[in-house]
Design a protein around this ligand. Sequence first.
Ligand code: SF4
Length: 247
Amino acid sequence: MTLTPQQQAYLTTMGVTVWRDQSAPEVVAPERLTSEPSVASPVAAAGSSGGHSHAGALDINTLDWADLADQVSICTACELHTGRSHAVFGVGNQQADLMIVGEAPGADEDRQGEPFVGRAGQLLNEMLRAIGLPRQTVYIANILKCRPPNNRDPKAEEAQRCVAYLYRQIALLQPKLIVAVGRIAAQRLLNTDTALSRLRNKVHVLKETQTPFIATYHPAYLLRSPLEKRKAWEDLLFMKKTLDSID
Ligand code: SF4
């Protein structure tokens, strides 16, 4: 396979100097998808089965994109609302086949109100461009819409309260494939404590929405973990081949 300029740019950014086609992982056909445990929270159930949201009177499942974004912007369902500059709803193509899901906004995202900006966001953009999917062609969101203080890990109850918004986004978008970036996003959505190294390189199913689901490394982690760069490249190829294999 000949590298495109975009792929070469990504590899240069990642410091990957050798590329072999046979290193690409096996693509698991959709009919061989493996099922994983789901998130088992009351809010998750409400978000996926027609119930009511944490707000009590509001049925998130009836909201369109605009109303959902409005609701997130005024949400006070967990303590994280007290420290936010902006709620970070999500961004991208609302007809996208691919949805990228991270854990929570960081400082840059909180400031700008957009997910995956700053250095990690730039690397994510490079990664997507390398497989022919520029940022504007996908949809990007986080499980949590407000920044945890000092970039601490989200608490379980915060994720449980907020994930209904993500499920509504998935229902509106109906992506062919969800890619969770980072251990926390992958583990929370699959409701498992299995190591990311064992979750990657296979296709799961997000039980709440029956969406094919892949896990890979967070770009912020890749920036500080050079040894994982090659695996991230393998994951990108796996992601693209899986997406292309889904009708
Ligand atoms: Fe609401 Fe989610 Fe923000 Fe908590 S993190 S206040 S649940 S939008």
